[in-house]
Design a protein around this ligand. Structure first.
Ligand code: GUN
Length: 287
C-alpha cells in the first residue's frame, strides 16, 4: 500500500502556522494581512472556491474583502476595482477568480494587478522571475506541491520527474520548481509520443491533464511517487483525479488522493503567499 500524501492534514498545519504568526504580529500592534477576492458572475464552481478562500482568510486571522460583480460587468469597471485594491495600503493580495465571463480580457486583468499583490503568481513579471530563479510570489498549486514533497521528506534532486500537462498555472511552473531543486524534468502533453513509457520511467509523476482515470498501471512503477493535481467530476457526480486510484494506489510508493490532496494545499499556499506579500509590504524579514 502506498503512503498517502494527505493534503487536507498538511493544509491545516500550514494555516495553523500562519494563524499563530498573524496573532503574534497583531499582538505586537501591527495590522493583519489583507486579501481581496473578486468574482465576476455566479459560476457555481467559482462560488465554492471563493467561499473556501474567504473561510481560509478567517481561519488565518486575515482581513478579507469579497467582491462579487455582475456577469455583465464591463472591463473598465473590473479594472477600476482592481486599481482600488492596488491603491489600498491594507490590502496585500488581490485574486480575481478565473475563468472570467466571455468578453472580459483575462490577461489584461492579470497584468493590472500590482505584481507585489499578485498572490496567484500569474502576472508576467512574477512568471518571469520564477523562470529566472528570482524570489517572487509563486503560483499556489505548484507551491503547494513543493510544500507536500518537502513535508514528506521527498528529495527530488537527481530524480526523474515527469509532468503531465503544460498549463501556465500548473505544468510549466511545477516543472521550473522541480528543476530548481535539481530534478531532471520532462514535460508531457496531449501530443507526446510514447507517453506511457515516459511516465513509467518517472520517479516522480505529476499529473495535471484533467482526464478522469487516465493514468493506470501502464504509466507507473512500484517506486513511483504520484502527485495528482486534477479535479474531475464524472457523470455519476464522483470527484476523481487523473489517476485510476483503486488500481494504482496499491502498486506505487506514495500518492496524493483526490479529493483531499493537492486541492486543499492550493488554498493554504494562497494564504502563505498573502502573508509573504504582507511581510514584504511591512518590511518584515521572511527568514
Ligand atoms: N480558477 C481556478 N483555479 C484558480 C486559481 O488558482 N486562481 C484563480 N484566480 N482562479 C482560479
Amino acid at each position: 500500500m502506498a503512503i498517502r500524501i494527505d493534503g487536507r492534514e498538511l493544509s491545516k498545519k500550514v494555516k495553523e502556522r500562519i494563524k499563530a504568526e498573524v496573532e503574534e504580529l497583531v499582538k505586537s500592534g501591527k495590522r493583519a494581512p489583507g486579501l481581496a477576492v473578486i468574482q465576476i458572475g455566479e459560476d457555481p464552481a467559482s462560488s465554492i472556491y471563493v467561499r473556501n478562500k474567504e473561510r481560509a482568510c478567517e481561519q488565518c486571522g486575515f482581513v478579507s474583502w469579497k467582491k462579487t460583480l455582475a456577469e455583465d460587468t464591463s472591463q473598465e469597471e473590473l479594472l477600476a476595482l482592481v486599481e482600488e485594491f492596488n491603491n489600498n495600503p491594507d490590502c496585500d493580495g488581490i485574486l480575481c477568480q478565473l475563468p472570467l465571463p466571455e468578453g472580459l480580457d483575462e490577461n489584461l486583468v492579470i497584468e493590472t494587478i500590482r505584481p507585489d499583490k499578485d498572490v496567484d503568481g500569474f502576472h508576467p513579471i512574477n512568471a518571469g522571475k520564477l523562470l529566472l530563479g528570482l524570489p517572487t510570489l509563486e503560483p499556489c498549486t505548484p507551491y503547494g506541491i513543493m510544500e507536500m514533497l518537502h513535508e514528506y521528506g521527498i528529495d527530488v534532486a537527481g530524480k526523474n520527474a515527469v509532468v503531465l500537462g503544460r498549463s501556465n498555472i500548473v505544468g510549466k511552473p511545477i516543472a521550473l520548481m522541480l528543476l530548481r531543486e535539481h530534478a531532471t524534468v520532462t514535460i508531457c502533453h496531449s501530443r507526446t509520443k510514447n507517453l506511457e513509457q515516459i511516465c513509467r520511467e518517472a520517479d516522480i509523476l505529476v499529473t495535471a491533464m484533467g482526464r478522469a482515470d487516465m493514468v493506470d498501471l501502464k504509466y507507473t512503477n512500484p517506486d513511483q511517487i504520484i502527485i495528482d493535481v486534477s479535479i474531475n467530476r464524472k457523470d455519476d457526480g464522483k470527484v476523481v483525479g487523473d489517476v485510476l486510484y483503486s488500481e494504482v494506489e496499491p502498486k506505487v510508493q506514495a500518492i496524493t488522493p483526490v479529493p483531499g490532496g493537492v486541492g486543499p494545499m492550493t488554498i493554504a499556499m494562497l494564504m502563505q503567499n498573502t502573508l509573504n506579500a504582507y511581510k514584504r509590504h511591512e518590511g518584515i524579514s521572511e527568514e
